[in-house]
Design a protein around this ligand. Structure first.
Ligand code: ADP
Ligand code: MG
Length: 686
């Protein structure tokens, strides 16, 4: 057998099983070997019947001591069998598995694992898994650490374990090494054969950790080499942008607040990058509301003071506009010029902005994707900032960067992109985490309610507005992801509220299809406190900052993912006082309910994104697909940062020596990479 053989080459696989395996994406012998366990059950301690622990899973060796009895109780078939091992007897019970009657051979020992419970003052073991104990050959389901796989109903754990064990026993050839010997030695990796064997059937904890370490290393290494080949660079570029003056006090003095410690640390990191002689490539990661804008302003100020232009790209018109206004506010009196460039500008206005950018008549250019149009040419672009980076592709960021001569780059995001993923994607990207919110922020109380609560909810919002002088957001979405229906939903709802629950209050609406002037007018009105309730689509999802707003009501909350909900909620609790988030939903969907529960239980963006990851399940591993990377089979992008660091070192060394993997010692590696990324199903699209 070789790895590329179809699974049907394996004994006992054909027809039905082949189909079941295919449904798990296992087509070849190699696929089966790389179908790693989801978890493990430690069944290594084997007990006797006299010592069974009630209420727990137990593993013991026994044989049948009487014939099985099959009873029918209403629609249930109950099969009972008395087991004994010389220390005592216990009854095993199976439900709706009448074939258990003849499943055990007389006089044969089996190893059983199952939950032991007390029924009518006697112990019984419920639906135990069992496997014959033979003098030749180790059991796979008991008496050891046992793998647990993600599987489908008709393909049992036991069968899957047996199949994998068969392949493992068949030949060691299967696990041929493809990592270069130097790498294996230098990084003290165990052999591939050891790793594959022990990832499925670990002999002990230590072997398991060694095996996993090796396999995570291998998976990340292959990806990293491929990415290096795609990107073609490893060296940090020397900076051509020269930044000497680092005094940013004049800027921070103009802010309405002192920077928090975390903001200051981020700014210090940026200053260190500016003076390092290499190009800055820094990710500022911080939860919604932590104050990333002030950090961006500081960086922009320094760049401008050193004679360079700064471009700030935001994902939506509304956010670009908001940034433009707050930048004008701060920079205007410092004699620094800001411009706005979005696709909704009139042709003439655009032309004028293009000219200003090209002639150097403007210093800070804030805009949307419009910034990456070919017509935009900078005079001296020194710094590129992307806000809400997760909304952009890697390509878009580099197109903007290419408009300058190696400008510094700062990217900002509230999504806690795992450090590993950031490193994989951006390679030399450094990360500053803003792990502190500005003082005085209070917990945002979050409630999930049924539509029958509308009267109370509306009453509450009205009191917030009339008695506390606050403002509220209401976010609605349409059933279909369709702009027309979404628009109608907002229009109808606004009309309904204006004449109904919020009669006498100032209700306005905002959606993406509005004329830019009108959008601006509404946003200004809301920011100035003239509008009490803003009914909107998710255009307000990212970045919008109106601290006096303290209520966020989200309609049909089940339609949003966790990160969108967290972003939306982040529009309140921005320093204006006690804030509330109300999630309205009638859903009965389990996963959706779980999302709502998560939102009610925590405000912490990191906790939320981990939950998001677990709810999405392995098929949609956080961010990798979204970022154009293949799914990880074993590496955990949250936890394997230490291994990734080794991998980056190792892959860079190798890439420098033999970028195209032409040396004979790298031939096996080259073939493996071709197999998975070029001929196989894994695709990378950056
Ligand atoms: P985000 O990180 O989500 O982009 P913003 O930059 O929009 O957050 O800031 C959120 C709010 O916090 C704004 O109203 C801003 O003025 C305020 N803010 C930022 N930094 C501080 C600070 N150090 N002290 C007090 N308020 C701050
Ligand atoms: Mg922001």
């Amino acid at each position: 057998m070789v790895l590329s053989d179809p699974v049907t080459k394996i004994k006992n696989i054909g027809g039905e099983r082949e189909k079941l395996l295919a449904s798990l994406n296992i087509h070849t012998v190699g696929d089966l070997l790389e179908y790693f366990p989801r978890s493990y059950d430690d069944r290594s301690s084997v007990t006797t019947i006299s010592r069974l622990a009630e209420g727990e899973d137990n593993t013991f060796i026994a044989r049948a001591v009487s014939d099985a009895k099959v009873m029918r109780i209403k629609k249930l078939t109950v099969t009972k069998l008395l087991l004994g091992d010389g220390t005592g007897n216990i009854e095993a019970v199976w439900y709706n598995q009448p074939y258990m009657k003849n499943a055990l051979k007389d006089g044969q020992d089996y190893i059983f694992t199952g939950r032991v419970n007390k029924k009518y003052s006697r112990l019984q073991v419920d639906s135990p898994e069992f496997e014959a104990v033979n003098p030749d050959g180790q059991p796979v389901s008991g008496g050891r650490i046992v793998p647990v796989y993600s599987t489908v109903k008709r393909l049992s754990q036991k069968v899957l374990r047996r199949l994998i064990k068969t392949v493992l026993e068949d030949t060691e050839l299967l696990c041929g090494e493809f990592l270069p010997t130097d790498t294996v030695n230098k990084y003290k990796l165990c052999s591939r054969s050891f790793a594959i064997n022990n990832i499925h059937f670990p002999t002990d904890d230590e072997s398991f950790f060694k095996a996993r370490h090796r396999l995570v290393f291998e998976e990340l290494f292959l990806l990293q080499i491929k990415l290096l080949q795609l990107k073609g660079t490893v060296q940090a570029k020397p900076a051509s942008v020269v930044i000497k003056a680092l005094d940013y006090e004049p800027l921070t003095e103009r802010l309405a607040f002192p920077l928090t410690g975390a903001q200051r640390r981020a700014v210090n990191d940026i200053c260190a990058d500016f003076s390092s002689g290499s190009v800055m490539n820094r990710l500022i990661q911080g939860d919604v509301g932590c104050g990333k804008t002030a950090v961006a302003m500081t960086a922009a100020y320094i760049a401008v003071k050193n004679g360079y232009q700064t471009a700030l790209m935001a994902p939506t018109d509304v956010l670009a506009l908001q940034h433009y206004k707050s930048f004008c506010n701060i920079f205007g009196e410092l004699g620094i010029r800001c411009s706005l460039l979005t696709s909704s500008l009139k042709k003439k206005e655009k032309q004028a902005v293009y000219a200003d950018i090209e002639n150097g008549d403007t210093d800070i250019i804030i805009g949307t994707h419009a910034l990456i149009q070919a017509a935009v040419r900078f005079k001296r672009l020194g710094l590129v900032i992307t806000d809400e980076q997760h909304r952009f592709g890697v390509r878009q960021r580099s197109v903007l960067t290419e408009k300058g001569d190696n400008p510094h780059a700062l990217v900002m995001t509230a999504t806690p992109i795992p450090r590993t993923l950031a490193l994989i994607l951006y390679g030399d990207l450094d990360i500053s985490v803003i792990d502190e919110l500005p003082p005085g922020r209070e917990h945002i109380d979050t409630f999930a309610v049924h539509t029958s609560y509308y009267p109370r909810v509306y009453g509450f919002i009205r009191r917030q507005i009339e008695e506390e002088g606050r403002q509220a957001y209401i976010v609605c979405s349409a059933i279909e992801e369709n702009e027309k229906t979404e628009l109608r939903a907002v229009e109808e709802y606004t009309a309904q509220l204006t004449d109904g629950a919020f009669k006498g209050l100032n209700v306005a609406m905002l959606h993406g299809k509005m004329k830019p002037d009108l959008k601006q007018e509404i946003m200004d009105g809301f920011a100035a406190g003239k509008i009490d309730v803003l009914v909107s689509t998710t255009v307000i999802e990212v970045g919008i900052n109106v601290p006096n707003a303290t209520v966020m009501l989200i309609e049909n909350a089940e339609r949003f993912g966790l990160s969108a909900l967290h972003q939306l909620r982040g529009r309140v609790g921005r320093g204006g006082g006690k804030s509330f988030c109300i999630l309205v939903s009638e859903t009965k969907n389990k996963v959706a309910l779980e999302r709502l529960k998560t939102m009610c239980s925590t405000n912490d963006g990191f906790v939320i994104s981990e939950k998001d990851l677990s709810l999405r399940g392995p098929g949609d591993f956080f961010g990798t697909r979204q970022h154009g990377l293949p799914e990880m089979k074993i590496a955990n992008l949250y936890k394997d940062i230490d291994i990734l660091k080794l991998v980056q070192q190792a892959s860079t060394e190798l890439y420098r020596r033999d970028p195209e993997l032409e040396l004979p010692c790298n031939a096996a590696l080259r073939k493996k990479i071709e197999d998975i990324f070029e001929n196989g199903s894994e695709k990378i699209c950056l």
